[in-house]
Design a protein around this ligand. Sequence first.
Ligand code: ADP
Ligand code: MG
Length: 213
Amino acid sequence: MALDAQWAANWMRAGAAAMAENRQRLIDLDRDIGDADHGENMDRGFSAVVQKLDADGTPATPGDVLKLAAMTLMSKVGGAAGPLYGTAFLRASTAAGAAPELGPAAVAAMLAAARDGIVARGKAEPGDKTMVDAWTPAVEAARTAAAAQATGAGVLAAAANAANAGLAGTEPLTARKGRASYLGERSAGHLDPGAASTVLILQAAARTAEEAA
Ligand code: ADP
Ligand code: MG
């Protein structure tokens, strides 16, 4: 099976399961350097995506699934993360276009578009201790994997692994964007919650792609 609309819907469902499972962990991470709502926000948003998929049925293309997710996350997540992930999925949808399935290069381009959307919206740079610190290495690893003839599932696995390393790298950083930046140097010594939810999203993509392969 290819990385088609069914895969994209499976990805969103696996993402929702991961948010539900990690709700408390994301709340705790956000309590350390924010306002303890990130787990609640992401769980609410992704479960709304699943409800919409259940109500409407699986859309025709991966791009349509990503668009449904974008609109739903934008309206349901709230906080800083809602518009950021909404923009990410909207740009990813545009990059995916009307293609019925995504090959390795298209997957890498979709991730790059998502990351670029987050940067356009939030203006964070790598090293600012945000989700950009997970997305940026993920995009680089995805491009490298696609250039080395990896499968779509391989591209997503490389992205998820690099995002996870990026997440670990946020721990010593001082936040320069978002709510955590109000803490200044006291934000150092904690993982960034948005980078943690990014890892969950990319791991869900990789896992469901592996199952689809
Ligand atoms: P809020 O900070 O409004 O409570 P959330 O708790 O849902 O929103 O999300 C916080 C996460 O959003 C942070 O951990 C960080 O990864 C991300 N974030 C915040 N501001 C930015 C930004 N300007 N650019 C990129 N990511 C950001
Ligand atoms: Mg918060």
